[in-house]
Each structure stands twice: as structure tokens, then as C-alpha cells.
Write a protein that binds this ligand. Structure first.
Ligand code: GLP
Length: 268
């Protein structure tokens, strides 16, 4: 696992965008995994800037979302599909038809989840998966206790997660659904590169669990320790609970050029 500690949310977005640009430069039709939440917003904005500048194009790329609420009407502004349309699709030149999400409104959720897994496989799997992390250490909506081998399925949300996400629902926790469909931990682990983004002191404990805690279903993000290519990009506040922060900083500062992403828009 590579841990990159930066000074700002803006920097997190820039470094993550470098990885996306590097991938697209060798594989224009790459499959991206996209996340919701506030953590990836600076990345989507930076991808948009590069598309506008003509140094990046996602026109041949496709994307799969991590999760979706169950029970929100199709026109609800906080449906994750709507979120991804607003912050990722609208900012870049990716085709909306090439962006897929799990169906939280299906009559048969189990069947829809199996079909989603199949669609990811049919697309050749996810090349680069963007992840955030919940304050309880969850990735996607894999709440504590989720099987580390889980696949896309229905989950019940923790009270803490609903509380955290109430800010998107005008602060009203009662408006936050109790259920969701989410890619499983096993599904996420099949992506070829995992890139987890987090900022702020509120994420320090979750990040300590993800990076330095025991691998455990109680903190599903800790499974990144078992992935051969995982990158964690965080700010100083989110890194404040890490015992080995100085070492991660040293390793990144001294990383050989040939190991860094190649980005025309940033001069390398
Ligand atoms: C939700 C999403 C997660 C996301 C998390 C953190 O729970 N399902 O995918 O990582 O929120 O969100 P934020 O980045 O806003 O803190």
C-alpha cells in the first residue's frame, strides 16, 4: 500500500487525477470505478479542468458506481446516480450511457445485483477504483461486519453513516434511507488499482484502521492491505492518527521518477 500525505484537498484531487490521466494515456477505453461523497469532488473537478484544457479525454472510457440508496424516487437529488451525473459526468466528457450504477429501485434487488456483477465482468473489470471511507472505516457501503468476500447486495446502513450523510439531506437523518445496494468488498478487491481519498480530522480514526489496523470485517477499508496495488491519498489531518506517517512521507518524497504517473498536463 502506498500512503501519500498532502497538504490540501485540492492536492488530493490533483494527485488522484494524475493516476487517472496516466491510465487513460495507455488505455483510453479504461473502466473507472467512481465513488460518491465529498472526498472525490476535487478529483472530479480536476478531471473536468483537464478535459476542458484538452489534455485528457474520457470519451472512450466507462465507469461503474460503487453503491446506491434504496427507496429514493428516481428524481431525488441525492440519489447517487444523480450525484455522479452532477459532479462527474457533467464535469467531464464521459458518455452518460457509459456510466453504470447498481439499481436501488429494482423489483428484484438480488437479481439486479447479480446482473450488475455480470456487467462489471463483461466490461473486463474495473481498472482504477476511486474510494472514499466512512467514519466507521467502510468502503462503498460495506458497513462493519460485512464479509470481506462479499459481492454486490442489499445492506442496512449504520445509524452513524446515516447521521454522517444527513448533511446531504438538509440535516434530517429521517430523510436518509435505511438501505442501500453496494458493491461487495470482494467485488471492489477485483479492481486492478484501488485509490482511496480522505481528508479532515474526522477521518483520522478510519484511516488509522484502514492503513495500520488489523485486517478486519469491522473496518472493511482495512482490506486494502491485502490488495497488491492500493494508493491512499490523504491530507495531514486525516493522517494525524498514523504511527508511520514520517516513513510514508519519506517514501513518497524519494519515490523514483519511473514509478510516478506520467501526465502530459503536469509536465511529466
Ligand atoms: C458514503 C459512501 C461512501 C463514501 C462515504 C464517505 O458512505 N457510500 O462511498 O466513501 O460516504 O463520504 P465523504 O467523502 O463525504 O466523507
Amino acid at each position: 500500500m502506498e500512503v501519500i500525505i498532502t497538504s490540501s484537498l485540492q492536492q488530493i484531487g490533483t494527485i488522484a487525477a494524475d493516476y487517472v490521466e496516466n491510465l487513460i494515456s495507455t488505455k483510453p477505453a479504461a473502466v473507472l470505478g467512481v465513488a460518491t461523497g465529498s472526498s472525490p469532488l476535487s478529483l472530479y473537478a480536476e478531471l473536468g479542468r483537464r478535459v476542458d484544457a484538452g489534455t485528457l479525454s474520457l470519451s472512450q472510457a466507462s465507469a461503474f458506481m460503487l453503491d446506491e440508496y434504496v427507496g429514493l424516487p428516481a428524481d431525488h437529488p441525492e440519489r447517487y446516480r444523480t450525484f455522479i451525473e452532477r459532479h462527474f459526468v457533467a464535469a467531464t466528457d464521459i458518455a452518460t450511457n457509459n456510466v453504470h450504477g447498481p439499481d436501488g429501485a429494482a423489483d428484484n434487488i438480488e437479481q439486479a445485483c447479480a446482473a450488475y456483477e455480470q456487467a462489471i465482468r463483461d466490461a473486463g473489470g474495473v481498472d482504477l477504483q476511486i474510494l472514499g471511507v466512512g467514519t466507521d472505516g467502510h468502503i462503498a457501503f460495506n458497513e462493519p461486519g460485512s464479509s470481506l468476500a462479499s459481492r454486490t447486495r442489499l445492506k442496512s446502513l449504520m445509524e452513524q453513516t446515516r447521521q454522517d450523510n444527513a448533511r446531504f439531506f438538509g440535516g434530517d437523518i429521517d430523510a436518509v434511507p435505511h438501505h442501500c445496494v453496494t458493491q461487495g468488498v470482494g467485488t471492489i478487491m477485483e479492481a486492478r488499482h484501488l485509490v482511496l481519498l480522505a481528508s479532515g480530522e474526522g477521518k483520522a480514526e478510519a484511516i488509522r484502521g484502514v492503513v495500520e489496523g488489523p485486517v478486519s470485517a469491522i473496518c472493511t477499508g482495512s482490506i486494502l492491505q491485502m490488495h497488491p496495488t492500493a494508493t491512499v491519498i490523504i491530507d495531514e489531518a486525516a493522517a494525524s492518527g498514523l504511527a508511520y506517517a514520517d516513513y510514508y512521507k519519506f517514501a513518497y518524497a524519494n519515490k523514483p521518477d519511473w514509478q510516478r504517473p506520467v501526465c502530459t498536463s503536469r509536465g511529466r
